[in-house]
Design a binder for this molecule. Sequence first.
Ligand code: ZN
Length: 182
Amino acid sequence: MLEGHFLLSSGRHSNRYFQCAKLLQYPDRAAAALRGVADRLRTDISAGKLAIDAIVGPAMGGIIVAYELGRQLGLPAFFTERDDTGAMKVRRGFEVTPGQRILIAEDVVTTAKSSGESAAVLESLGAKVAALACIVDRRAEGITAPWPLYPAVKMDVANWDAADCELCKKGIPAVKPGSRKI
Ligand SMILES: [Zn+2]
C-alpha cells in the first residue's frame, strides 16, 4: 500500500494506492494472498451455490490474479484487454462460448468499472458472469458490485471525486500509477 496523491484507474482520487504488482511479483506470496479466496470459491462451488467454467482477468491488474486462481482451482484463466481505441476486448484467440460461466478476477476493486467493461464484452459473446474475485476490495460505502464478491481483504480507504479531493485543493499533484490505457 503506497501513500501519496493518486489518480485511480476509476478516475477517482485517493491518498492510498494498492500496488498489487509488488505483491504478485512473488509467486509464493501471490499464492498465499489468494488461498483464502480460492477456498471460499471452492466451498461455494462444492455447495452448489456457484458454478465457474473459466476465470477472466481484465489486463493488466487482473491477469496474474486470474492465473493464480485458475492454478489453485484447476480452471482455465485468460484475460480481456483494451484495443487501440481503449475498448475492452477478448483478443489473442481466447474463446468465449455461449453459456460459459465466468469468474472475473481483479487486483483491486474500487468501483468495479474494469470488471463491468469486461463483463459487458464477455456477455456480448454469450458468457455469463457468475462472480467477482479480487485481492483488495476498497469500494466506498454504497458502491455495489452486480455479482457476488470474493475479496482477499476489505479495506476502508477513502477515495473522492476529483472535484472533492482535499489533496487537489492543496495543490498537490496527483500521480497515476494504474494502467487503464494498457
Ligand atoms: Zn486529487
